[in-house]
Design a protein around this ligand. Structure first.
Ligand code: AMP
Ligand code: GLY
Length: 444
C-alpha cells in the first residue's frame, strides 16, 4: 500500500508515525514533509498549497490513499481534484471545508442547525461593526472570517479593544483577505475541549477528547497561537458530555452540510466550550485533524487508523477505534517571536536518546546544506509523552522539552495545568492512602 501525506508539520509527522507504527510495510510519501517525517517517508518537495502539482503527483504516483493534513489545500479543493481523478482521498471537499475556511459560513450552518454557539454577527463594513460593538456587552471576540493559521481570533476585554480589532481587520487590512469579513461574537466562559471525529458525512467516530493551550504564555496569557501544547484524555470529557457533543453538535452539523450539498467526509474538529453548567457550545469548527491535538490523540490509539482512513475515504463509516489506557501530553517548542514574527535559522540540538514513551515530532524544522537541523517555522518541535498516568506523561513531556535546545526556544512548562489542578483537588479530597493513584479515567 502507498499513502501520500500532504503537509509538513507536527500533525503530519504524527500521522506518518501512527500509520508506520500500525503497518511498517506501508510505503509513505509526504509532500513536502519535514526532516522528522523523512525518517518514515520519502519526501516530495511540493508545497502543501500547490494543489496542481500535488494532484499530478498523487495521480502519477498511483497512491492508494492521500491524507490531507492542513486546511489550506482542503479549502483550495485538493480533495475534489483527487476524487475527480479517481483517487481515494481522506479530507473534505472545498465546499465542506468552508466550515473552517469561512467563520461566517460556519456561523450560518450552526444557526440553521440549532447548534449551541456564541451569539454573533458578521460584518464587511466597519461603521456597522463598530455600532454593533457599541451596543453589546464586554468582553467580545473579534474573528477574521477567513483562514489565519489559528491567530485570527482576538479576545477583547473592552469595547475599545474590540473596536480596534475590527478597525485593524476591516479598515487596515490586517490578515489580508481573511479579515475582510469579520465575525463579532459574545465571549463564552468555561473550559475548552477539542473533539475530533472521523466521519463519512453521516456517521462519526469520536477520538479521545483533548485540550489545546491556545495562548502563548503560561497560565493562558498572551496572544492566541496555533496551539502551544495539548493533552488527552481530559477528565471533564465524560461519556455523557461526548454524547451531547455528538448529538447536539456533530450530527446536526453533518446533516446541515449534507442538506446544503456539502457533505463532509474526513476529520471534523469541534472546538467546544463547556460552560459552567456543563453544556457544550461550539467555539469553532475545523475541517481537519488538530495541530497539536493529533500529536496526543494518535499515540493513544491501539491501531486501526489506516483502515479507518481508507473506509472514510471510500464513503464508509470509519468503524470503532480502540483506545489504549493511559495519558498523553505534548509540549510545543516555538521559535522566538512566534506567533507574530518567528525568528528562523537557529541550529537545534536534540538529545541522543529519548526516555521511554517520549516521541519528538518535527513541525518547523529544516536541514541546511550541511545537514544541520535548524529552526524553519513558528512551531518548531512537539514533545509527546505517553504514560500510564497524566502526571507521568506531563513530567515526561516537560523533561523531553527541557532536553532540547535552540536559541530563542519559547515554550510553556504548564501544559495540562487544568488537569493537574483537578487531579490535585481530587487527591486532596480522598483518603491520603489514595494520593498518587489518581490517573484520569478513560474519556469515553
Ligand atoms: P478560533 O480561531 O475561533 O478557534 O478561536 C481561537 C481561540 O480564541 C479559541 O480556542 C478560544 O480560546 C478563543 N475564543 C474564540 N472564540 C471565543 C468565544 N466566543 N469565547 C471565548 N473564547 C473564544
Ligand atoms: N490546535 C488548534 C487547531 O488545530 O486549529
Amino acid at each position: 500500500m502507498k499513502i501520500l501525506i500532504v503537509g509538513g508539520g507536527g500533525r503530519e509527522h504524527a500521522l506518518a508515525w501512527a500509520l508506520h507504527r500500525e503497518n511498517p510495510a506501508v510505503e509513505l510519501v509526504a509532500a513536502p514533509g519535514n526532516p522528522g517525517i523523512a525518517s518514515l517517508a520519502t519526501l516530495l518537495p511540493i508545497p502543501a498549497d500547490d494543489i496542481d502539482r500535488l494532484t499530478e503527483a498523487a495521480v502519477s504516483g498511483r497512491f492508494d490513499l492521500t491524507v490531507i493534513g492542513p486546511e489550506v489545500p482542503l479549502a483550495l479543493g485538493l480533495a475534489d481534484r483527487l476524487r475527480a481523478r479517481g483517487r481515494l482521498v481522506f479530507g473534505p471537499s472545498a465546499a465542506a471545508a468552508a466550515l473552517e475556511a469561512s467563520k461566517a459560513f460556519s456561523k450560518q450552518v450552526m444557526e440553521a442547525a440549532g447548534i449551541p454557539t456564541a451569539a454573533s454577527r458578521t460584518f464587511t463594513d466597519l461603521p456597522s461593526a463598530l455600532s454593533y460593538i457599541d451596543r453589546h456587552a464586554e468582553p467580545l471576540v473579534v474573528k477574521a472570517s477567513g483562514l489565519a493559521a489559528g491567530k485570527g481570533a482576538i479576545v477583547c476585554a473592552t469595547r475599545a479593544e474590540a473596536g480596534a480589532a475590527v478597525t485593524s481587520m476591516l479598515g487596515e487590512g490586517r490578515f489580508g483577505d481573511a479579515g475582510r469579513t469579520v465575525v463579532v461574537e459574545a465571549f463564552l466562559v468555561g473550559e475548552e475541549l477539542s473533539v475530533l471525529g472521523l466521519t463519512n458525512g453521516e456517521e462519526i467516530t469520536l477520538l479521545p477528547a483533548s485540550q489545546d493551550h491556545k495562548r502563548l504564555g503560561e497560565g493562558d496569557t498572551g496572544p492566541n497561537t496555533g496551539g502551544m501544547g495539548a493533552y488527552a484524555p481530559v477528565t471533564p470529557a465524560t461519556p455523557a458530555l461526548l454524547q451531547r457533543v455528538r448529538e447536539e453538535v456533530m450530527i446536526p452539523a453533518l446533516v446541515e452540510l449534507d442538506r446544503r450539498g456539502a457533505r463532509f467526509a474526513g476529520c471534523l474538529y469541534a472546538g467546544i466550550m463547556v460552560d459552567p453548567s456543563g453544556a457544550p457550545f461550539v467555539v469553532e469548527f475545523n475541517c481537519r485533524f488538530g495541530d497539536p491535538e493529533t500529536q496526543v490523540v494518535l499515540p493513544l490509539l491501539e491501531g486501526g487508523l489506516t483502515d479507518a482512513l481508507v473506509r472514510v475515504a471510500g464513503g464508509q463509516p470509519s468503524g470503532p477505534l480502540a483506545v489504549r489506557p493511559g495519558a498523553s501530553v505534548t509540549t510545543v517548542l516555538a521559535a522566538r517571536g512566534y506567533p507574530e514574527l518567528p525568528e528562523k535559522g537557529a541550529p537545534i540540538s536534540l538529545p541522543a536518546e529519548l526516555a521511554t514513551g517520549v516521541t519528538v515530532f518535527h513541525a518547523g524544522t529544516a536541514r541546511d546544506a550541511d545537514g544541520v537541523l535548524r529552526v524553519a517555522g513558528g512551531r518548531v518541535l512537539n514533545v509527546t509523552a505517553v504514560a500510564p498516568t497524566f502526571a507521568e506523561a506531563q513530567a515526561g513531556s516537560r523533561a523531553g522539552a527541557e532536553a532540547i535546545s535552540f536559541a530563542g526556544k519559547t515554550w510553556r512548562r504548564d501544559i495540562g495545568w487544568r488537569e493537574a489542578d483537578r487531579l490535585a483537588t481530587r487527591a486532596a479530597r480522598r483518603d491520603p492512602a489514595d494520593v498518587g493513584l489518581s490517573g484520569p479515567g478513560a474519556s469515553h
